[in-house]
Design a protein around this ligand. Structure first.
Ligand SMILES: *Cc1c(COP(=O)(O)O)cnc(C)c1O
Length: 327
C-alpha cells in the first residue's frame, strides 16, 4: 500500500484533475451502485456533508440514539447545520417502524420539518451488528411514503455486505445516499466515500470544500483506497469475521467475561468487577490496542493487519489483565 501511494499519479483534486482520486470515486460509485461518489478525509466529514446537503436549518433528523452521527460527531448536526436531532431508542441499531412513524411532524407552522432518516450499517455501538435487510427495505418505503431522505452511515458497509453474502450496491440501494469508510476494516490509512445521485454529489463536493475537505494531490491517499477496495475485499472481511468469532469464543471462556456474539469484525465484551481503563492500559502494555465502550465494556476490532497470531496474543493479554484485576 505504501508503494502504491508513492507511485500514485496525482493532480489537483480541488480542480477535479487528480486521476487517482477520480478512479477511486468511479470505483466507489460502481461498487455502491450510485451515480457518483466523493472522496473525503473522514467518515465524520462524509456524514456531515450529507446532512448539510439534505437539510435546512431547523429541520429534524430521525436516528437511533446509539448511532455515530448522534453520539460521536460532537453534535455536528446542531453545531454545523442548525439541525435538530430526534434520537430514538433502538435495538442493535434497529428503531421500530412505529417509533419512526410517531416521530414524524405534521405539517404545522409551530413545528420543525422532518426531513432525514439516518441508519448505521453495521451498527458500531452494538458491536458491529448487521441491520436486517427487511428493515432497510421497510425504512426506505417509510421514507418514500413521507417524502423523507434516507442516509446510510455505511462506515462498515463492506462488513455488512460480506456478512449478508451480498454486494455493497444491494445494501446501499435502500438508501438515497451512503458513506463507506476506507479506513476501517478495509485498511486504508485515510478516507471515506460518500455516494448518491449525481446532483447530490455535485452539492456534496461544494459542501466538502466549505468544511475544509478539499484536498490537492490527494491521489496519494486515493491509491491506498483503491487497494482497500481491491477485488479481494470480501475475502478479507470474511477472514476478519472468522477471526472475530475465534476471539469471541476465547474471551467467553474467561472468568467474569460476557461476550456479545459478533456479527462481523467487532468483538464487544462486558467485564464485571474490573476497572476498564486499567484493563486497557494492561492490554496496551502487551501491545494489544482496544477501546472502552462505557464503564464495563471493551471493544476489539479485527482488520487487515490483525492475524490469527495476534488474536491468540490478545486473548492471553486479556487473561493476564483480568487476573491482575482480581487480586
Ligand atoms: C468511524 C465511524 C465513522 C467516522 O469515521 P472517521 O473517519 O473516524 O471520522 C462514522 N460512522 C461510524 C459508524 C464509524 O464507526
Amino acid at each position: 500500500m505504501r508503494d502504491a501511494m508513492r507511485d500514485a499519479r496525482v493532480g489537483d483534486d480541488v480542480f477535479g484533475d487528480d486521476p487517482t482520486v477520480s478512479e477511486l470515486e468511479q470505483r466507489g460509485a460502481e461498487l455502491l451502485g450510485k451515480d457518483a461518489a466523493l472522496f473525503l478525509p473522514s467518515g465524520t466529514m462524509a456524514n456531515q456533508v450529507a446532512v448539510r446537503v439534505h437539510t435546512r436549518p431547523g429541520d429534524e433528523v430521525l436516528l437511533d440514539e446509539g448511532c455515530h452521527v448522534y453520539r460521536f460527531e460532537q453534535g455536528g448536526l446542531a453545531a454545523l447545520h442548525g439541525v435538530q436531532a430526534v434520537p430514538l431508542p433502538g435495538e442493535r441499531g434497529v428503531v421500530p417502524l412505529v417509533r419512526l412513524k410517531s416521530a414524524i411532524r405534521p405539517d404545522d407552522a409551530h413545528m420543525p420539518r422532518t426531513r432525514l432518516v439516518v441508519l448505521e450499517n453495521t451498527h458500531n455501538l452494538s458491536g458491529g451488528s448487521v441491520l436486517p435487510r427487511e428493515h432497510l427495505a421497510e425504512v426506505r418505503a417509510f421514507a418514500d411514503a413521507h417524502g423523507l431522505v434516507l442516509h446510510m452511515d455505511g462506515a462498515r458497509l463492506a462488513n455488512a455486505a460480506a456478512a449478508c453474502k451480498t454486494d455493497l450496491a444491494t445494501l446501499a440501494a435502500a438508501a438515497h445516499t451512503t458513506t463507506l469508510c476506507l479506513s476501517k476494516g478495509l485498511g486504508a490509512p485515510v478516507g471515506s466515500l460518500l455516494a448518491g445521485p449525481a446532483d447530490f454529489v455535485r452539492s456534496a463536493r461544494r459542501a466538502r470544500k466549505l468544511l475544509g475537505g478539499g484536498m490537492r494531490q490527494a491521489g496519494i491517499l486515493a491509491a491506498a483506497g483503491l487497494l482497500a477496495l481491491g477485488s479481494d475485499w470480501r475475502e478479507r472481511m470474511e477472514r476478519d469475521h472468522s477471526l472475530a468469532c475465534t476471539l469471541a469464543a476465547r474471551c467467553a471462556q474467561l472468568q467474569g467475561v460476557q461476550v456479545i456474539a459478533p456479527d462481523t469484525n467487532l468483538v464487544v465484551i462486558e467485564v464485571q468487577g474490573a476497572l476498564i481503563p486499567r484493563v486497557l492500559e494492561s492490554l496496551r502494555a502487551s501491545g494489544v490496542l482496544a477501546v472502552g465502550f462505557g464503564s464495563q465494556r471493551i471493544r476489539f476490532a479485527l482488520h487487515r493487519d490483525v492475524d490469527a497470531t495476534s488474536v491468540a496474543a490478545a486473548e492471553s493479554a486479556l487473561a493476564t489483565a483480568l487476573a491482575k484485576e482480581s487480586h
